[in-house]
Design a protein around this ligand. Structure first.
Ligand SMILES: *[C@@H]1O[C@H](CO)[C@@H](O)[C@H](O)[C@H]1NC(C)=O
Ligand SMILES: *[C@@H]1O[C@H](CO)[C@@H](O)[C@H](O)[C@H]1NC(C)=O
Ligand SMILES: *[C@@H]1O[C@H](CO)[C@@H](O)[C@H](O)[C@H]1NC(C)=O
Ligand SMILES: *[C@@H]1O[C@H](CO)[C@@H](O)[C@H](O)[C@H]1NC(C)=O
Length: 548
């Protein structure tokens, strides 16, 4: 999440870490040649079913031969009309081809329907496209073109579940070798994940995140104007109560106390609005947060308060995937308070998410220059430098990153994140032993952090593809903390890779129930939806993906 300052590898890269192309997390790797045989068998069966046997075989053959010749001619004319842009004429010709086609030529008939659906697609008549593709698929159930076209029509008409199922069928038939289909699958998955995340969030009661999460969230702001305010012990106004609740980690009382200050129009009204907005953000109440932040931004609040509100609103816009407004808020914050390191640190994270590496590295560099003691910013800078160097295949820069990380470990020996990010970089460089030992160091700094066992499991998996060993380590994380969503997500992804799709669905469900942000939920729903679509297609075709 962009605003916590604790994003090591963005989670949606997990699938890439595990070696799957794109972030879909399907069981690509274990697709062997299992599709071949059932395919031939089924096509043969289908042909047998649709072939009508007549008494006089010879006669029938003769008749159907001339009929198919006629149908083919009509189709040829249809194709010419289509390429000439005369879609209505082409539809009429394909209609005739369909009529003329003898019943013992199901594969050809499927083609004619498919041809007609191409015309409907040009006309943007999505229901007709879907209908014709469905006819075609009944006749030829492994017809890639028909799956792809029906997927496009379904996507255009808002039926993302069908769009995903069809593109998944196509990907499987293409053995995940066709880039454009994978890109389509990825796009549909993101949209469907987002849709499911929004639906789930609407139904969900807001829950306060863990104390640890809240602490981490606040630690990502080195210039938090609220933390800097000293309140007289004797004051009993709403804001004083809110501050006290914050200091004693009595987080459930913060919102009400802020509301009291705001209603009383007290001295710290703007600070109370900012703090209340912050808790609305943590609770996932985006609209309420948005309203309070806007009030602060348009008030006469102090610069630090306004800038903090702008940074938080910018991060909210990232979550809502409104990059333009996000960057506007950052630009405004930088105008108001140029030397504020928090602005660059948070903007750097947004660029990192957007994979705009040049900008990310220069933002982090600025954040660190302005505040060299800010450990999180320093480490994020090292990490962004790494991604940048890797992208540009710059060997010297890679060496520099490693020495910067070494320096970070010296400067911030108590900061678990420093070990964790360095370890991730090293495991990315396939230096498993060193990565493992850094994760162990992180565990000695932060022994209660369950996610570290998940990281160790991932190293194990990459080092040896030893699923059982990895699963054991990750299960240890769940033993320590049964709310460790990262563990459920990772296990779910592993089960996809092992072909245990049903089990993976249960695990993704668990992770979804624990997800804190809309972005995270969208990602998890994408994983779950991908697995669900793959399961459905596999059951239809009797495919078994399990790895022994
Ligand atoms: C088969 O077709 C040819 C022309 O294509 C025709 O001359 C012949 O009579 C037909 N035979 C039968 C048995 O219908
Ligand atoms: C009709 O189908 C054939 C065979 O798949 C294909 O070569 C041709 O391009 C199709 N025409 C249109 C208009 O889709
Ligand atoms: C950073 O921390 C060191 C030691 O803790 C301190 O001496 C130095 O003044 C700090 N620098 C800044 C810019 O805060
Ligand atoms: C554990 O480490 C992760 C980094 O992987 C960090 O983001 C998280 O806040 C830590 N959690 C706990 C419970 O200490």
């Amino acid at each position: 999440m962009a605003s916590t300052g604790s994003t090591p590898f963005p989670k949606w890269q997990l699938a890439i870490l595990l070696g799957a192309p794109l972030a879909i997390g399907l069981g690509y790797l274990y697709l062997r040649n299992r599709i071949e045989d059932p395919e031939r068998k089924k096509v043969a069966e289908l042909k047998a079913k649709t072939t009508i046997s007549l008494d006089n075989e010879e006669n029938a053959k003769n008749a159907s031969e001339s009929a198919i010749e006629k149908a083919m001619k009509l189709k040829g004319a249809g194709n010419r009309a289509f390429h000439g842009g005369e879609y209505d004429k082409a539809i009429a010709l394909y209609n005739e081809a369909i009529e003329a086609c003898p019943p013992d030529r199901p594969i050809d008939l499927a083609t004619f329907y498919q041809n007609r659906s191409a015309c409907y697609e040009k006309r943007e008549m999505w229901d007709q496209v879907k209908e014709d593709c469905t006819f075609a698929l009944k006749l030829n159930e492994k017809y890639v073109k028909a799956f792809l076209r029906r997927s496009r029509a379904a996507e255009k008409s808002g039926d993302l579940v069908l769009a995903l199922e069809d593109v998944t069928s196509a990907c499987i038939l293409e053995r995940f070798q066709v880039q454009s289909s994978l890109v389509n699958a990825d796009r549909i998955l993101k949209a469907l994940g987002r849709q499911h995340a929004r639906e789930a969030l609407e139904k969900r009661r807001p829950v306060m995140p863990s104390k640890h999460f809240i602490k981490t969230y606040f630690s990502a702001f080195s210039e938090d104007p609220i933390a800097k305010i000293q309140i007289d012990d004797k004051s009993a106004n709403g804001f004083a109560k809110a501050k006290k609740a914050l200091d004693t980690q009595d987080y459930d009382s913060v919102v009400d106390a802020c509301t009291e200050e705001i209603k009383a129009d007290g001295k710290y009204k703007n600070e109370a609005l900012l703090l209340r907005a912050t808790f609305y953000l943590l609770l996932g109440r985006h609209d309420d947060a948005q309203a309070d932040l806007a009030k602060v931004i348009h008030s006469d609040a102090s610069t630090k308060v306004k800038v903090n509100a702008l940074i938080k609103r910018a991060s909210l816009f990232t979550q809502l995937e409104n990059t333009e407004r996000c960057l506007e808020d950052f630009a405004r914050a930088a105008e108001l308070d140029h030397p504020n390191s928090d602005i660059y640190h948070h903007r750097g994270q947004v660029y990192l998410l957007l994979e705009r590496m040049d900008e990310a590295t220069s933002e982090f560099a600025k954040a660190v220059e302005l505040n060299p003691n800010f450990s999180i910013a320093y480490i994020q800078k090292c990490y962004a430098d790494y991604r940048h160097a890797q992208l540009n295949k710059n060997v010297n820069a890679l060496a520099q990153v490693r020495s910067d990380f070494d320096k970070a470990l010296e400067m911030f020996p108590k900061c678990a994140e420093a070990y964790i990010l360095f370890a991730q970089v090293l495991s990315d460089q396939q230096e498993w032993e060193r990565a493992e030992s850094l994760f162990n160091s992180a565990l000695s700094v932060d022994p209660s952090n369950a996610t570290l066992y998940v990281h160790k499991g991932l190293v194990q998996l990459q080092k040896s593809t030893d699923f059982d060993k990895a699963v054991k380590l990750i299960n240890k994380a769940i033993e320590m903390d049964d709310k460790c969503d990262f563990a459920y997500e990772t296990l779910g992804t592993i089960e996809v890779q092992r072909g245990n799709l049903k089990r993976s669905l249960e695990l993704f469900e668990k992770a979804i129930a624990l997800a804190k942000t809309e972005l995270e939920m969208t990602h998890l729903f994408s994983l779950k939806d991908a697995a669900a679509a793959q399961l459905k297609v596999s059951e239809r075709w009797g495919l078994d993906w399990t790895v022994s």
